[in-house]
Design a protein around this ligand. Sequence first.
Ligand code: BGC
Length: 413
Amino acid sequence: MKSVFFGAVSATALIASAVHAEPQAEVLHWWTSGGEAKSVAVLQEEFAAKGGTWTDMPVAGGGGDAAMTALRARVLSGNAPTAVQLKGPAIQEWYEEGVLADISAVAEAQGWADVLPASIAGHMKCEGNWCAAPVNVHRVDWIWANADVLEANGIDMPTTWDEFNAAAEKLQAAGVIPLAHGGQAWQDATVFEAVALGILGPDGFRKAFVDLDMDTLKSDEMKAVFDQMRTMRGYVDENFSGRDWNLATAMVMNGEAAFQIMGDWAKGEFMAAGKVPGEDFLCASVPGDGFLYNVDSFAMFDVDGDDKKAGQDLLAELIVGQNFQKVFNLNKGSIPARTDVSLEEFDSCAHLSAKDMSESSDNGSLLPSYAHGMALRGAQSGAITDVVTAHFNSDMSSDEAVNMLADAVANSM
Ligand code: BGC
């Protein structure tokens, strides 16, 4: 067993204290849907092939809220998992608690700085050291549609919100649920930020959800965002409350609903069910400019034991590995974080994502997703989402909503 291990992890053998141990990792993640499970299995298999023993700690719940609650409990009880799906400013928040391991030795040995875009690398660093390993780039601002349902109703993919609303009215009259949605706070936030990007535009989005500019939060444009949310509340079915996101995707798959606004993990779901993009389902970015990115990554927690440290080094090395980044992302619906992975085997939605990401990076409209924890610290994004959900689930006016939004953000700072 030892000799297999030695050969397999030669690149991490520079970590002298860990080389004699067999890699172990307890991995906390929230990838439990069909497409997600298929994706994380790629990492489990690569880890096992290199002699690692993986202890799975899946915590179901889209968007990861439940996983983050479980993480807090584990860390507070002094028993942190070895590796954790963690992203955005939460990485730095945990680093400030003094509980993250430094993975710079692996990152430097593997030349991460040369293969990751600076915008992604920035999220993976804590005071100059590498403290997380990125797996992908998910785009959040997508509309997914059932191709047959649109065709049968003479509808094209909408390119403006007015077109979206007109299509929805037509579908509703024809007895089709226009918008598949799950009433969970993070899903409300996902739809809200996609609408906000479209209506506020990239600069307005940045002012509102990156800079937390009060004038923008209370602006007439923000009222228009809440107006559109109110309109869309009329397009979801009456059983939407609490529904998981992948069940909403299934409604689009089986033609019960026409559209879903969701990140491209939804594509992972379509693909896992054998659906073909461009034939069975369609993808388009939401009306408006810009690109909302959501980078999944893993952070390693400070744990005792050479076997666990060896597990962390091996995981970090595999995660940013070229082959893993290709196969994982083919399943996950996202595109690789590495810039040197060929997209030849990827589908048309992934190509669109890569093209739009590079263009938006050049023209300053590449923006972090607030709803998926890339833009703000937890207290601030939580304050915004509370208002978005309260508005969506009541008859609150847009005027009230923007005032409440500004107050909630001010109080969270
Ligand atoms: C994560 C995705 C995940 C989705 C649904 C997002 O926040 O970045 O990896 O598939 O939530 O759980």
